[in-house]
Design a protein around this ligand. Sequence first.
Ligand SMILES: [Mg+2]
Length: 396
Amino acid sequence: MNSFPERKIIFDMDGVITSEERYWDAAALTVWELLCSERYLGLERSSPTLSSAFSAAAASFSSPELPGFKTNPTIQEIASIRRTIFCADKVIRFFKARAVNSNWDLAYLTFCFHLFSLVQHLADRNEDSWKPSFDALLLDWAGDARGEELMKRLLALFPAGLEYRLGHGYDQSPDDTNTYLPFSATPLWKDMQEIFQEWYYGEKMFRELFRKEPGNHGKAPLYEKETPLIEVEKIKTVLSQLSSRGWKLGIATGRPTNELFYPLQSMGLWEYFQPDSVVTFDKVVQTENSLKGVLPSLTLGKPHPYPFLKAYWGELKRDEDLIAPPYPAPPPGMCWAVGDTMADLLAARQAGAAFIGVLSGAISPDNSDLFEKEGADAVLPDLTFLPDFFSKINKE
Ligand SMILES: [Mg+2]
């Protein structure tokens, strides 16, 4: 380990190097399962275990695009479920443009929108049956809210009293009236995360990794169908060119370590990165837990700058120095962050890193002005443009 700051390029993974497609499939399947499986809301048909009002509301829910719930949908059915629930991916772009980085949060916020809408329908004692309006999520309820703030806007639309169970528990906690509960700390979020992992890993791997039984049996793994975003050989060329010009390469990702290491290793890309400059979901949670005594509601995932700061500084700075302003900015020009979302941009900006937005992920070329408006230092079609970009600015 060097004891002086180095020149580093820190990459977000999904939408930059790895494809997020299978995660988005898993997010859509999770929302579908929560809405339609009899284990959860069971909206496909009325159930004797549900209240009569709920049964009446749910009785006639059906959609030609959504097959009846099962754990072994075909590839075509998965595509159709995702197209319906995420409105041809418009819902994904809606949340990514509002700094929702985690696909667990994407699934959670989507499901909560429909759950709240059902609760409102029941609270209104509406006689008509209810079915989710997937398009309604795209209406302007969010204003300029981003990340965690979105749940507050969502709760404001629907009946009061759900805050503590579903996120943002200001003044609602029975234990501590001042506790703030981020939505990822709620029981519903944790259950939802497990369902998501069941889809992503499949039944066998889920059981091995988490040492527990899945809620619904028979899921096949989506992770085995992961593909790189760009041809692997092209990615290797870019990474080796940057390394040979003296850049250290790091990663700041919301992926758990297992979901980063195995795909990158199997693609032959892991060796290009400095292990002490890699920050994953596991590291973020570990730091959050270690500082819980001081800051119980700390969330350090992007758009918090911690993942980029930790990937840059490694062991040179203590975690305590990277979690609250003033953040220790890397020396000018020494740290570049490359990402595909607004969460990446906001995290990089707070970290004091220069930011390159790539249009190969959540933000498409049609929306490239989103990055420009927020002051990205550069916007490039994808990472293959990086060597030329650095040649121009650094005369490398
Ligand atoms: Mg990304």
